[in-house]
Design a protein around this ligand. Structure first.
Ligand code: GYE
Length: 341
């Protein structure tokens, strides 16, 4: 009896000792990993990225490019925030990056205005700010270090010049042409630049009638909605200029549902921007006449800029990414295979 009881006690005691030992070693193990992570983190460059949203295929590709660039293997610790199209969310994210004392702030400004105060705060905290994709409209350019993005005005001009050539080729350059324009987020660099660039070409042609220019927020749903109202209002549209592929997808749906046809063999000419994979497929099959490329792969460029800053080299105020223009003539099977976005 006694033997049995003391055996039981010994067993309970042993179990307790084992559990304590396990707990101790467990927590030690935990601390070790934490310490290691901490040390590694300290060596890494901490980057706070405020992405403006996830409105389009282009944006998804842009986010992926950034996330693939600022990896642990590349020596970075990335704090990423999606502002869901709201400037106030971007302001909040930037302020939180400042209070976390990140090494660099990167952000893609949803619109161009309203950034002075927060940029001043970042400057006072000594944190360099890099703009990606879109630009800001500030008097004091020292509020940001550099911008990696596209020449949106040039993109707009490319669209205009393509249309000039196309009308000549069709032998209708002397006739009146009715154009509608679907614009992206009002006040964003991409909207401002593309509108201005196209307008400079359009102004040279008295026979180009811009029937209406309306915001469809860079989304497919809005693109369809706005195109529907255009089709109801104007029975004689010849050309649609859509400032991104997502709006183009929606607009094409609306046009087809209305019984009209688009593209190379259709009666409405479609000009689009971005050249994401899905749209290039539609260029290849003749649904979209031309797509002005906007390159979302900006991660690599941003890495290079930070390398230069880390090496105390002077950087330029603006870095433009490389961009092409696509029609049925140059969208090859090979290009479609290679396209990563
Ligand atoms: O064209 C559009 C996106 O600013 C270049 O934003 C970017 C634009 C792009 O949502 O698809």
């Amino acid at each position: 009896m006694f033997w049995k009881r003391s055996y039981g006690l010994i067993m309970v005691g042993l179990l307790l000792v084992m559990m304590i030992a396990l707990l101790l070693s467990g927590s030690r193990l935990f601390t070790d990993i934490e310490e290691e992570a901490h040390i590694e983190e300290e060596d890494r460059i901490v980057v706070g990225v405020s992405q403006l949203g996830s409105e389009s295929g282009w944006r998804t590709a842009n986010t992926e490019s950034v996330q693939n660039a600022f990896t642990q293997q590349n020596g970075y610790f990335l704090i990423y925030n999606n502002a869901r199209q709201k400037q106030e969310n971007q302001l909040k994210a930037i302020r939180s990056f400042i209070s976390q004392r990140v090494d660099y702030i990167i952000f893609s400004p949803v619109v161009e205005t309203g950034w002075e105060t927060v940029l001043q705060e970042a400057k006072q905290a000594g944190i360099p700010v890099i703009l990606m994709d879109r630009n800001v409209d500030v008097e004091d350019e020292s509020l940001y270090v550099t911008c990696v993005g596209s020449d949106f005005e040039k993109e707009g001009e490319k669209a205009g010049h393509w249309l000039e050539r196309e009308l000549v080729q069709r032998g209708v350059s002397g006739q009146s042409v009715n154009i509608v324009i679907l614009t992206g987020t009002e006040g964003s660099s991409s909207q401002i630049g593309r509108s201005a660039g196209f307008a400079t070409v359009a102004e040279k042609h008295n026979n180009w009638n811009i029937l209406e220019e309306k915001c469809a927020e860079f989304t497919s749903t809005k693109g369809k909605e706005v195109m529907k109202t255009f089709l109801k209002r104007y029975p004689d549209i010849n050309v649609v200029v859509s400032q991104n592929d997502d709006m183009t997808f929606g607009a094409i749906e609306a046009i087809k549902e209305s019984g009209r046809t688009v593209g190379v063999d259709g009666d409405i000419i479609i000009l689009s921007f971005d050249a994401v994979r899905g749209a290039l497929d539609m260029v290849a099959d003749g649904t979209i006449n031309v797509d002005i490329e906007c390159n979302p792969n900006q991660g690599e460029y941003l890495l290079r800029v930070i390398d230069m800053l880390e090496a105390d080299e002077t950087v330029e105020k603006m870095y433009y990414v490389e961009e092409d223009i696509f029609t049925i003539e140059n969208v090859t099977e090979e290009l479609l295979q290679e396209r990563t976005y």
